[in-house]
Design a protein around this ligand. Sequence first.
Ligand SMILES: NC(=O)C1=CN([C@@H]2O[C@H](COP(=O)(O)OP(=O)(O)OC[C@H]3O[C@@H](n4cnc5c(N)ncnc54)[C@H](O)[C@@H]3O)[C@@H](O)[C@H]2O)[C@@H](O)CC1
Ligand SMILES: Nc1ncnc2c1ncn2[C@@H]1O[C@H](COP(=O)(O)OP(=O)(O)O)[C@@H](O)[C@H]1O
Ligand SMILES: [K+]
Length: 505
Amino acid sequence: MYIVTAEEMYDMDHGAMNKVGIDGKLLMENAGRSIAASLKERVSKTYRILVLAGGGNNGGDGFVIARTLLDNDFDVTVVQVVPDEKIIGDALYHKQLFVCCGGNVTVMQTVDEVGPMISRVDIVIDAIAGIGMKGRLREPLASVVDVVNKKASYVLSVDIPSGLPANEGISDFYAVQANETLITGFPKQSAFLEHTAPYYGNWQVVSFGLPSVITSDGAHRYLWTEEQFRKTIPERGRYSHKGSHGRGLAVGGSAEMPGSITMTVHAALRTGAGLVTAATAKSAIPAVASQCMEATYLALGETNGRMNNELPIPFDNYDAIVMGMGMGRHHEARSHIRKALEEASCPLIVDADGLYHLKSLLASVKKRKSPVVLTPHPGEMAMLLDKSVPELLQKPFAYAKMAAEKYGVYIVLKGPFTIITTPDGQQTVTTTGNEGLAKGGSGDVLSGIILAMVLQDQPIMEALSNACFIHGKAADMLIADTHSVYDLLASDLLHGISKVYRTFV
Ligand SMILES: NC(=O)C1=CN([C@@H]2O[C@H](COP(=O)(O)OP(=O)(O)OC[C@H]3O[C@@H](n4cnc5c(N)ncnc54)[C@H](O)[C@@H]3O)[C@@H](O)[C@H]2O)[C@@H](O)CC1
Ligand SMILES: Nc1ncnc2c1ncn2[C@@H]1O[C@H](COP(=O)(O)OP(=O)(O)O)[C@@H](O)[C@H]1O
Ligand SMILES: [K+]
């Protein structure tokens, strides 16, 4: 499923109308009917429903919803929040159908009269504005939204909460806070941004009958769903052996921080890697080995418990490498990253402290022939790009795409919505995971899962998307079952991985 900007959604709408020849009135009918059908299934006819209809096609959807509900004996009225001359085209057509079917439309004269109407009903359907919004909502609509936010007991937004931008990069808005949003067509970018996503409430996508021959030229962004995970997860052959599932190397950890690499290695093994070696400061090995018996070890020279560069790492012995977790920010550690970039001919995943070192090595990254995967959280991504975190989070899709294309790398930009970008700018988003993951060590587990997935036989983009799906889903299943968002530990995720496999594969 695509994730779109407003412009990309309009392009597809126009394609359906101009290339296929579907009338806009029909698309509006489909959109409204899909939403009404969803309501009919779960809303009691004793509920009072008020549709707030604005002047664009979003308002038009509102008239279709009202007519369909009225026809099904629901108690529904419409308040038109713009003057009559603003209702034009397809929306006017559907308004007339509603009126001819016995529907009642009140044209709002002053904002004051809307408050008592909202207080009287059980559900407000917000069809005030859709993706055609330009700039901050003007008066009197901003005040109508204010009344909705203060008085409505339950708000269902049509396509997008009114006033909210569809695209990333916009921070000046005033919007409806919806309880739920039924998105028509495809989810918009703002459903995946930390500063706009909460306005949607729970959301679902409903169809407005866009034919599948209509594809997007611009939206190279996709939601990575359970269905995709099930379809793409590599099968484990009955006659496979440990070598079939890859030989992985994890470089990191220190005597002071043995936990990070332990979790990475353990997670890689639990996810399905054939063989995993941990390369770490010599004195850290007993601590790591006591927690993970299945791994093998490569003792690195050390100074005060932190790896130095006395002993080289045989990077060419592995099928994929992950580096950085707990390795430290001292210059000897940096030289391992530099060497790996030069010598490793397999996929190289760089995380945590490794990203810090990588910043000064970005020129060599571009020269590498084998894939490089960076797994920054927003703080690390902002550091790599010399931006502030708020700046980055305003436009994470654009910044990730720009950096992935510029340096020729895969980027896993982690967060509640993890955005995965390929060197040619394709993006997927995973939405699994919860705030139980907001704890030290969650990223180390993800690195291990990524290592294991990259070792399996599948395109890197799928490997990364599946890894992020598993990581978040493991947390979700633990929270649903045995844990809470407070007590979940990164090491608990290792059991969560088993739950994910047993449920979905
Ligand atoms: N092809 C179609 O006809 C379809 C349309 N759909 C619906 O149509 C919507 C898009 O329709 P439109 O392009 O008409 O956009 P809107 O429904 O968002 O309408 C824009 C209206 O808001 C006004 N406006 C813009 N910026 C404003 C501001 N800052 N303050 C106050 N008023 C402002 C404009 O003058 C215009 O009247 C989608 O969100 C969706 O709900 C979908 O149902 C799918 C099919
Ligand atoms: N609130 C949240 N909701 C969903 N996922 C989260 C949340 N907070 C963190 N995560 C996930 O947890 C991981 C944290 O990674 P990172 O910040 O590198 O942790 P650390 O370096 O402490 O191990 C990422 O995969 C991120 O997507
Ligand atoms: K809306």
